[in-house]
Design a protein around this ligand. Structure first.
Ligand SMILES: [Zn+2]
Length: 429
């Protein structure tokens, strides 16, 4: 069972992210609201000033502001406008918005791995192997990256995290959270075209992606700056009024299944599954969060489970504004960004229900099965030794990141390092 699922290329899979980072997101509400300007509170910030309480690098010219909407959604606004620079006005951007024809072009199905990254493990040996395998794509990727950097100021971006993931999957419908993450892309009441958001981004030099992890689901996109407001509005409908029509369910199950089939021959994903199977029985860590045609189509059919209704129930229960954190970054004034975010995201519903809490389920690997040596026949031609420790949740240490220090110490390759000793002794290394 995967400890987490990533539709996204790259980034972190379970075997790769230290458990420290898989806990709840940091408690931003109090810490990043230096002025105590909660929902509806009057702001003391001068016009277009960043929050003075947000600590940033002296060389960082961007401005930051934290806001909380009346529905509980928390947002970090990032303005790329430098002092004295004039980025145009919200009115101008609105004009662009109106000029844009309401085309609902039909999109091709979203390719969640279209960045060319395979989502393989980050363990060093696997990365190295990956590099070799993907070397043909590297040049292309580098060019793409260079192009992106050059035009970064023309791009705007947003990301939204919901504090729910596959840990909240119902026992009888494995992969529902991941499946819902796919389904919200399939049109909304306001913009009903299936995959219309992807088509819009494609047309305006943008890209998007999403991922479902154990306790969080993340959506992100970037687009040319002048289409940012419109893209934000389209994207926000995932969280306001997604259609999730019954017809689309069958098609999208195939998309989830093909992601699963693609990941099957991956050694790192297999290792995740192995780890999942070692967790205590009944612990959410043992869930099969990915989902595939069997768990999302065949089994529900046999058990007469209404996947359509379950999707809607899950959305209503968990896609709630008070579980959401949003970040937007653009070359607009902070005031403009705030205006847009308030206008658009105020409509995200809040069901007032408490957040899913798994804090009572610590130490999933305190099992005899975990304290064993497993010999695994890999898919790839690779030899590796993995030693795994189950450590307590580290989320509250996020400012210090003690596990990062330990991993840097172990990974150091200089004089006196573990690696140099192993090499001297002609061990592996
Ligand atoms: Zn996916």
């Amino acid at each position: 069972m995967p400890l987490s699922i990533k539709c996204v290329s790259g980034g972190c899979g379970p075997g790769q992210v230290p458990l420290s980072e898989q806990g709840e997101p940091p408690p931003v509400a109090e810490e990043m609201d230096p002025l105590g300007a909660g929902a509806g509170a009057a702001r003391v910030v001068h016009s277009d000033m960043g929050d003075p309480g947000i600590v940033k690098s002296p060389s960082d010219p961007k401005k930051y502001r934290y806001i909380q909407l009346a529905n509980g959604l928390r947002a970090l606004l990032i303005s790329e406008l430098k002092d004295g620079e004039w980025g145009g006005t919200a009115a101008e951007a609105d004009r662009d918005y109106e000029e844009e024809e309401e085309e609902e072009a039909t999109a091709e199905p979203r390719q969640e791995d279209d960045e060319g990254d395979s989502g393989e493990g980050t363990e060093e040996e696997e990365e190295k192997e990956e590099e070799e395998v993907d070397s043909d794509f590297e040049e292309l990727n580098e060019e793409k990256e260079a192009g992106k950097r050059a035009s970064s100021e023309k791009q705007s971006a947003a990301a939204l995290c919901i504090a729910v993931g596959s840990f909240s999957d119902p026992e009888d419908l494995a992969g529902l959270a991941h499946f819902l993450e796919h389904m919200v892309f399939m049109g909304s009441e306001k913009y009903p075209a299936e995959n219309g958001f992807d088509a819009f981004l494609k047309k305006h030099g943008g890209s998007d992606n999403a991922s479902t992890d154990c306790e969080r689901t993340i959506f992100q996109f970037d687009v040319q700056r002048k289409y940012f407001r419109q893209a934000l509005d389209r994207w926000a409908q995932f969280f306001i009024c997604p259609l999730m029509i019954e017809d689309a369910i069958e098609r999208e199950v195939e998309a989830v299944d093909s992601e699963y089939q693609l990941a099957r021959p991956s050694d790192s994903h297999r290792k995740e599954m192995l780890f999942g199977s070692l967790a205590k029985p009944g612990h959410p860590m043992a869930k099969f969060g990915w989902g595939n045609a069997q768990t999302l189509k065949q089994e529900p059919k046999e058990k007469q489970i209404n996947t359509y209704q379950r999707l809607r129930d899950f959305w209503k229960r968990f896609y709630s504004a008070h579980y959401m954190t949003l970040t937007v970054q653009s070359k607009e004034t902070l005031d403009t960004l705030e205006e847009w975010v308030r206008e658009i995201f105020d409509k995200v519903p809040n069901n007032g229900k408490p957040k899913p809490d798994f804090s009572h389920l610590q130490e999933p690997f305190e099992t005899p099965a975990f304290n064993k040596m497993y010999r695994v026949v890999p898919v790839r031609k690779v030899h590796g030794l993995t030693l795994s420790w189950a450590v307590p949740p580290q989320a509250r240490h996020y400012r210090v990141k003690p596990l990062h220090y330990i991993s840097w110490l172990i990974g150091h390759e200089g004089k006196g390092s573990i690696l140099s000793v192993l090499r001297k002794k002609r061990f592996w290394g």
